[in-house]
Design a protein around this ligand. Structure first.
Ligand code: CA
Length: 206
């Protein structure tokens, strides 16, 4: 067996130090949003809101459910909505619904904000719904990413990730998810369900 020399030891220490140096800054750059993955099984840490004329789908919405967000067969706690209008408005500004927001203390700098989203529709009589939902990610009231699912066929689930970049000053900031549709969605209305999970923040190089 080869003798373990002082040089070997020094090289190993150097390698270990380099690995640590490469790995640590990456891990330190993620900022936790309290209950951003909803694994608590409830909406703790978040505040629910409705837009003008907005509905979240009735009394039982939003709520935490087990949902396969990645489409890989693994379920995780996610938040389910069924948004839309309270009263149908054919003309004028017609998108309505609501969502959730939370606050997070940040050190400032350039940040990437991501959120996993999905829309799912199932109807025994309609072949599709004309709006799976428009989902927006807002920081301090500014939209930094959005996705419009548009018309969604029955018996389908569509998945996306919202991803936005923002430059923030150090301090407390609001992270908000807004989900809207231009059609009515009260408790007894059949409408697509929207899902939200993994709201995450991380620092990126300028
Ligand atoms: Ca989750």
């Amino acid at each position: 067996m080869r003798k373990f020399s002082a040089t070997d030891f020094a090289m190993r220490c150097l390698n270990a130090f380099c690995c640590l140096f490469l790995v640590l800054p990456l891990e330190a750059q993620a900022f936790e949003i309290a209950n951003g993955d909803f694994e608590s099984g409830d909406l703790s840490g978040w505040t629910v809101f409705e837009t003008p004329n907005g509905s979240l789908g009735g009394e039982s919405f939003p709520r935490c459910v087990d949902f396969d967000m990645k489409g890989d067969g693994r379920v995780s706690k996610s938040v389910m909505f069924k948004v839309g209008q309270r009263q149908y408005q054919a003309g004028g500004p017609s998108l309505a619904g609501g969502g959730m927001y939370t606050h997070v203390q940040l050190p400032g700098g350039r940040l990437e904000v991501t959120a996993d989203i999905a829309s799912s529709y199932s109807s025994p009589k309609d072949r599709r719904n004309l709006s799976g939902g428009m989902i927006e990610l807002l920081i301090d009231g500014d939209v930094i990413a959005s996705h419009d699912f548009g018309p969604i066929p029955t018996a389908t689930t569509q998945r996306e990730q919202l991803r936005g970049l923002v430059h923030l000053a150090a301090g407390m900031h609001e992270v908000r998810i807004r989900i809207q549709r231009p059609f009515r969605s009260l408790a007894y209305d059949q409408a697509p369900h929207q899902y939200l999970d993994n709201v995450q923040l991380k620092a990126v190089s300028p």
